[in-house]
Design a protein around this ligand. Structure first.
Ligand SMILES: *Cc1c(COP(=O)(O)O)cnc(C)c1O
Length: 494
């Protein structure tokens, strides 16, 4: 099997092993690490069909992470995809209203970030061992709600790591806050800050760049790292569930041998849909990649016009994890459609950080032919939650509804009736208020009562991730000013 090395999309770093790229996260030139080539499956789809989720994960990870041994990858996978998930299938497929929802919300925080963040800590600590790093890895994260808890759940009590999460004290939902402040992991710290998400984010970036603080902690045996979605160690595990979804359709006799399917993904940072694109390159028979945006439709405009322009109004929507104007992972696709030209990629990215926009060439545009972009606004999203429920009794969350709506329009417009997998990225129980409202039901202040109502309506029991919060002990009460963030880090890493 050929070795794969990793290089920056902006050209200044090359030849890293997978474990080195995972340890570093972001390249020194600000670029993202990409494999020097995308491997192809070394087994037939028929052979893959009989594997468990865990076995499939090892098979795929091993194609990309060639410097890890089979034993190492098996251990990482088995520690990640275990009883933390509430179903042995890990990512089950549900048919409703003539489409197939790939449920990526059966992990600890009932949203799809669990799929990658349950394995990243193990890939990282293994990478540290392989590269002779003995320092404790300290993950620092600023969160607007979802990623914080998923990262806490992933890193909790993983030997060799500590994790500290900063959240805007008045800027997350009551359930999100409860999820974080009740975190039990002994290596965790959760601090509310007096400021908004951007200020928390800037504060964390400052700490990463603070040479003095880094040296001070290095002497004590700590090194900082980040768990954000541009780490290649988060991207590759996301390829697995697209293969799994396809193979499930095949196992169930829904599709014939080698029949192609479409994939439709509710998109924010472009990580999840990029993983689907990689799955296609790998040899999974995927036809169209349908990229669904909410009212913040910067990606739709990009696919439509070839111009990416972040200079626009920012809207808060009912699908907050897609409220994004800069889709960082898009840089990996841009790199690919330049014909893997780092210089051209770096230029476009410089333009994005300068004027806030860039335009690709006609030739590059031709490289996007696998993609189809559209968006659903707030009314369309609520309408879709209602329509899917009325037709099938299945309840989707607002993020999934955006994708489902975009798919409905795609099918109506194009007449393409290929079977389609929709990435279902969050449980409706994470967004009970918006969901009940869309269904025309009563809502209120009491999240637990709303969860019970939704349970009765959908015939799905309230997930443990929600029910266990009721009456749980509050373990993290600290609040600090932005300027005090470095001191909080010092206290945590004594
Ligand atoms: C993060 C997230 C998304 C967006 O995924 P990207 O990889 O950022 O495109 C969609 N839905 C939910 C529920 C999420 O948490």
């Amino acid at each position: 099997m050929s070795e794969i090395t990793y290089q920056s999309t902006r050209g200044q770093e090359k030849g890293l092993t997978a474990s080195q790229a995972i340890l570093k996260g972001l390249a020194g030139d600000g670029g993202l690490f990409v494999p020097d080539h995308i491997p192809t499956l070394d087994k037939t789809l028929d052979e893959l069909k009989n594997l468990s989720y865990q076995e499939l994960a090892v098979t795929i990870l091993k194609l990309f992470f060639t410097d890890y041994t089979d034993e190492e990858l098996t251990e990482c996978v088995n520690k990640a995809y275990d009883e933390k998930f509430d179903t042995p299938e890990i990512a089950p497929l549900a048919e409703a209203d003539d489409r197939y929802f790939l449920e990526l919300f059966h992990g600890k925080t009932i949203a799809f970030k669990d799929m990658a963040l349950s394995i990243l800590p193990h890939l990282m600590t293994t990478a540290a061992k392989k590269n002779g790093v003995t320092d404790t890895i300290v993950i620092l994260t600023a969160t607007s709600g979802d990623t914080g808890k998923a990262a806490l759940a992933g890193f909790a009590d993983v030997p060799g790591t500590k994790i500290m999460v900063f959240y805007p004290k008045d800027g997350v939902s009551p359930i999100q806050k409860l999820q974080m402040v009740t975190e039990k992991g002994r290596n965790t710290s959760v601090v509310g800050i007096e400021g908004n998400f951007d200020e928390a984010q800037t504060g964390v970036k400052k700490i990463f760049g603070d040479k003095k603080l880094n040296e001070e902690l290095k002497e004590k045996g700590y090194r900082f790292s980040s768990a954000n979605s541009i780490n290649i160690g988060r991207l590759v595990p996301q390829i697995v569930y697209y293969a799994w979804g396809y193979l499930t359709l095949s196992k169930n006799g829904v599709i014939a041998k080698d029949e192609t399917v479409n994939v439709c993904v509710p998109t924010g940072n472009f990580g999840n849909i990029l993983a689907a694109f990689y799955a296609k390159q790998l040899g999974i028979p995927i036809a169209k990649l349908i990229c669904a945006s909410n009212r913040n439709k910067v990606l739709y405009d990009f696919f439509d016009s070839g111009t990416y322009d972040r200079n626009r109004e920012f809207y808060l929507t009912s699908s907050p994890s897609m409220d994004i104007l800069i889709s960082s992972n898009l840089e990996r696709l841009i790199y690919r459609i330049t014909g893997e030209m780092a210089e051209a990629t770096a230029k476009l990215m410089a333009s994005l950080s300068g004027s806030g926009s860039y335009t690709i060439t006609e030739e590059m545009k031709a490289g996007l032919s696998d993609f189809y972009g559209d968006f659903a606004d707030e009314n369309a999203t609520a309408e879709e939650i209602r329509e899917v429920f009325e037709k099938s009794g299945y309840v989707v969350d607002p993020h999934t509804a955006v994708a489902s709506k975009v798919y409905r329009r795609y099918r109506d417009r194009t007449g393409d009736t290929k079977k389609t997998i929709i990435a279902a990225t969050a449980s409706p129980f994470k967004f009970t208020g918006s969901v009940l409202k869309a269904l025309g039901k009563e809502t209120g202040e009491d999240d637990f009562k709303m969860a019970a109502d939704l349970s009765a309506l959908s015939n799905v029991s309230v997930p443990k991730a929600v029910s266990e919060l009721e009456g749980a002990e509050i373990r993290h009460k600290e609040i600090c000013a932005i300027s005090e963030m470095p001191d909080k880090v010092r206290e945590f890493c004594r």
